[in-house]
Design a protein around this ligand. Structure first.
Ligand code: 3PG
Length: 205
């Protein structure tokens, strides 16, 4: 969890082609970002993770939308250093742990936090955070699970990122606002760098 906790902001990106991986990484790094989640929502996801192996000193690359054990193996073989899922699946979590890579499964109920706890995890994604009640939901979950750390995702924006990060128990946030699909599709890496810089400046302030 250390690298993600240090990063504080984890852009969630879905790439249409593997060639987008390097310019995306350059733009995020220029904006002060140190971790990124590349999703498997496109067929380019695994290839993009593999292409960023040389960036590992500057950017911690993880995989997102990982929903099967086979995908866990694929992304870890490609170099993913953390594995994020929209929900919690015991087989996915167990495989990540067996391979020594941090799983961050999504939770939306106390039962799911309880399952994460039983599986020995100390960090979960809260998804979809805004729809679940935002920071108030995290505060409520922290009551029975004071040792759990939370990664809100879904509806995190430039306007609310600082408030999420100031919420006790939140170790980082993730979201697409720093690298929107439209900017990626247009190859507007300057825009991505600007949004990333604004996000990192907001949390430094
Ligand atoms: C995720 O995968 O974590 C979310 O889809 C990101 O949600 P956002 O697009 O609202 O930031």
């Amino acid at each position: 969890m250390a690298a993600v906790a240090v990063a504080r902001i984890v852009p969630v990106v879905s790439l249409a082609s593997v060639e987008q991986a390097e310019p995306l990484a350059d733009a995020l790094i220029a904006g002060g970002i140190t971790a990124v989640e590349i999703t498997l929502r496109t067929p380019s996801g695994v290839g993009a993770i593999a292409r960023l192996a040389d960036y590992s000193a500057l950017l911690t690359v993880g995989a997102g939308t990982v929903v099967s054990v086979a995908q866990v193996d694929e992304v870890i073989d490609a170099g993913a250093r953390f594995v994020i899922s929209p929900g919690i699946d015991e087989a996915v979590v167990t495989r990540c742990l067996a391979r020594g890579v941090l799983p961050v499964p999504g939770i939306g109920t106390a039962s799911e936090v309880q399952l994460a706890d039983r599986l020995g995890l100390s960090a979960v994604k809260v998804f979809p955070a805004a729809e679940l009640g935002g920071a108030g939901f995290v505060r409520a979950m922290r009551g029975p699970f004071p040792h759990m750390r939370f990664l809100p995702s879904g509806g995190v924006t430039a306007d609310n990122v600082a408030a999420y990060l100031a919420t006790p128990g939140v170790f980082a946030v993730s979201g697409s606002w720093t690298a929107p699909d439209a900017a990626i599709a247009a190859g507007d890496w300057e825009r991505v760098a600007q949004l990333a810089a604004a996000a990192t400046a907001a949390i430094a302030a």
